[in-house]
Design a protein around this ligand. Structure first.
Ligand SMILES: NC(=O)c1ccc[n+]([C@@H]2O[C@H](COP(=O)([O-])OP(=O)(O)OC[C@H]3O[C@@H](n4cnc5c(N)ncnc54)[C@H](O)[C@@H]3O)[C@@H](O)[C@H]2O)c1
Length: 325
């Protein structure tokens, strides 16, 4: 039997493409909507339809006219917290206007379940760690605000239209497909792991470490890294949970374990066997000292446990995409 049909916005991007591969292997009919601004055609498996379109398009209704989907996974957005403080107008249009343009069509598209890519940035600088879903939501950058406002929009739509929503707040995604199906690496990202790998590969001459005077054991910032293959399995479990239980979910996705910047640097140099040139510079505005997830709710409700998010797997799955053997 053909499984239900699924729309994945941003399915050509870094995290979305991991899910698209897994859903396709499970036999779902997947359609990707992506403007390929940061995504790649090569990341979409054969047989998956790509609607190459922009979410902000005034023609979106016509582009999607006549289509029906059971479930929407909404990944497409911009994601650089620092950049969002320099060009909030772009984030307003890309993240909020684009998403609302799409959400205004949920009824027409007969979508019953929405799984939304949110972020730990909705918590801002948390008062205590690990951070549970109930912690205060005080974003300290505009990017985090865009996600929080969309979470609230979806909550209203759920009440009024009866759709079920899973808000998944990812911590720091890192690593590449454990099955090697995603072959195009991200470009232009400001996240630590890709920058470390670009430095190992000689694409950058040096890695800048933003502050070594934080209140952490080695003075550098601590983050909770989660592998996209683990994010993908959580998305599929969340979709099944919504279908079965007809409720809404808000879940953190992380490991509950943090690595400092210096620990990541050491692991990358050890695992690759390559020297890693870095320089410590001053703190960056808006960087909390430590961000670690309390992801016990995802474990409890979905039975989800990260399997690939140890630093060794993260770095060793990244290496082939950066350094040719
Ligand atoms: N990468 C992380 O660590 C992280 C952490 C927390 C949350 N997230 C969220 O996860 C989602 C996916 O992130 P990613 O790391 O895969 O980023 P990405 O940039 O690789 O993927 C985004 C995809 O969306 C597409 N896209 C962007 N704007 C679009 C638009 N207006 N219309 C159509 N397509 C558009 C891009 O071409 C790309 O394929 C984002 O919503 C992001 O905010 C990511």
């Amino acid at each position: 039997m053909q499984k239900s049909s699924i729309l994945v916005t941003g399915g050509a991007g870094y995290i979305g493409s991991h899910l698209v591969h897994d859903l396709t292997e499970l036999g779902y009919k997947v359609t990707v909507l992506d403007n390929l601004s940061t995504g790649f055609l090569e990341n979409i498996p054969a047989g998956v339809e790509l609607i190459e379109a922009d979410l902000k398009s005034p023609d979106l209704k016509d582009i999607l006219r006549g289509r029906e989907f059971d479930t929407l996974f909404h990944f497409a957005s911009k994601k650089a917290a620092g950049e969002s403080m320099e060009i909030p107008e772009v984030y307003m249009l890309e993240n909020i206007t684009g998403a609302l343009n799409l959400f205004s069509l949920l009824k027409d598209l007969k979508i019953r379940k929405v799984i939304f890519s949110s972020t730990a940035a909705v918590y801002g600088a948390p008062e205590s760690i690990p951070v549970a879903e109930s912690a205060p939501k005080n974003p300290i950058n505009y990017y985090g605000f865009t996600k929080l406002s969309l979470e609230q929009n979806l909550s209203w739509l759920s009440q009024i239209r009866g759709i079920h929503v899973a808000v998944l707040r990812y911590f720091n995604a890192a690593g590449y497909d454990v099955k090697g199906r995603v072959t195009k690496r991200e470009v232009g990202t400001a996240n630590l792991l890709p920058v470390v790998l670009e430095t190992l590969a000689g694409i950058r001459s040096k890695l800048m470490v933003f502050g070594d005077d934080y209140n952490t054991p080695d003075g550098s910032c601590i983050r909770d890294y989660i592998h996209p293959s683990d994010l993908s399995s959580a998305h599929i479990l969340a979709m099944d949970y919504l279908e079965k239980n007809r409720v809404n979910l808000t879940l953190n996705l992380g490991t509950g374990k943090g690595y400092s910047v210096f620990e990541v640097i050491k692991a990358a140099a050890d695992i690759s066997g390559l020297p890693l040139n870095y320089e410590v510079t001053s703190r960056r505005e808006g960087d909390p000292a430590a961000l670690i997830a309390d992801a016990s709710e995802a474990n409890h409700l979905l039975g989800w446990t990260p399997r690939h998010s140890d630093i060794e797997t993260i770095i060793s799955t990244m290496l082939p995409l950066y350094i040719s053997s």
